[in-house]
Design a protein around this ligand. Structure first.
Ligand code: DC
Length: 231
């Protein structure tokens, strides 16, 4: 059976990764969380003191780019691919609020985007991939057979993120999360290189009021239709 590429873009905390994972598991496709790659570069910049609240040494980060190795590897314990930064599993570290606060400026850098998009292209060569992010249907895989653009209202998204982080034991306030979501929306949609925008041929899914199970079945049906067309 011919495999396809599924691109899932949209605002933060719209459940892109949940549905992308569900689809990949069901179809036996590879799942790639492209946001994790931008987060890994932000973590690298923070660890090397290139980035802090009042300071961004962009030049040093750009010079270090060739030395940043980003890979996804399966860990036997959970059978899920975790992200590795220079051979270290950073799956947990990249999900903190600290990294969330600093990742958007990193994602505005064209040199960073170029490097990550090139890795993403290689992952999609054999198709059979579900990738989520902000520019997957517009820049990374403009010919993807199925493109989904996910949205939900800001309060709903902030509450989801808040619950997720509280569940993970992080000490955060709802207001802080709401501000972070709003700030990231603004930076993601207004940056010059590859801003978050719905591809003209993407199908928009607003899940402010849809439950995840229903949403999965709607998107799975779309995927099955596209796969059937390629057989
Ligand atoms: O999906 P996420 O919240 O983990 O993404 C982290 C940041 O990376 C977010 O601010 C947007 C950016 N990003 C991007 O610019 N392009 C992508 N393909 C994926 C994420």
């Amino acid at each position: 059976m011919n495999k396809i590429i599924i691109a899932i873009d949209g605002y933060s905390s719209t459940g892109k990764s949940t549905v992308a994972r569900q689809l990949a598991d069901y179809l036996n496709y590879i799942y790639v969380d492209s946001g994790a790659m931008y987060r890994a570069v932000a973590l690298f910049a923070l660890q090397n003191n290139y980035l802090s609240k009042n300071h961004f040494d962009k030049q040093s980060l750009l010079m270090s780019l060739p030395a940043i190795k980003i890979e996804f590897k399966k860990e036997a314990k959970n059978n899920r691919a975790d992200i590795f930064l220079n051979d270290k599993n950073v799956e947990k570290e990249i999900r903190t609020m600290h990294v969330s606060d600093f990742v958007s400026p990193i994602a505005t850098l064209s040199e960073v985007r170029k490097k990550l998009v090139s890795i993403q292209h290689k992952m999609g060569i054999e198709k059979g991939i579900v990738m989520d992010g902000r520019d997957i249907g517009t820049v990374v895989f403009p010919d993807a057979e199925l493109k989904i653009f996910m949205n939900a209202n800001t309060q709903v998204r902030a509450l989801r993120r808040y619950n997720e982080l509280i569940e993970k034991g992080q000490n955060v306030s709802f207001d802080e999360i709401l501000k972070n979501v709003e700030k990231r929306d603004l930076l993601d949609t207004t940056r010059i290189d590859s801003p978050l925008v719905k591809a003209t041929d993407a199908i928009e899914v607003d899940n402010s009021e849809t439950n995840r199970e229903d949403q999965f079945h709607i998107i799975l049906q779309l995927a099955k239709d596209r796969i059937a067309k390629r057989i």
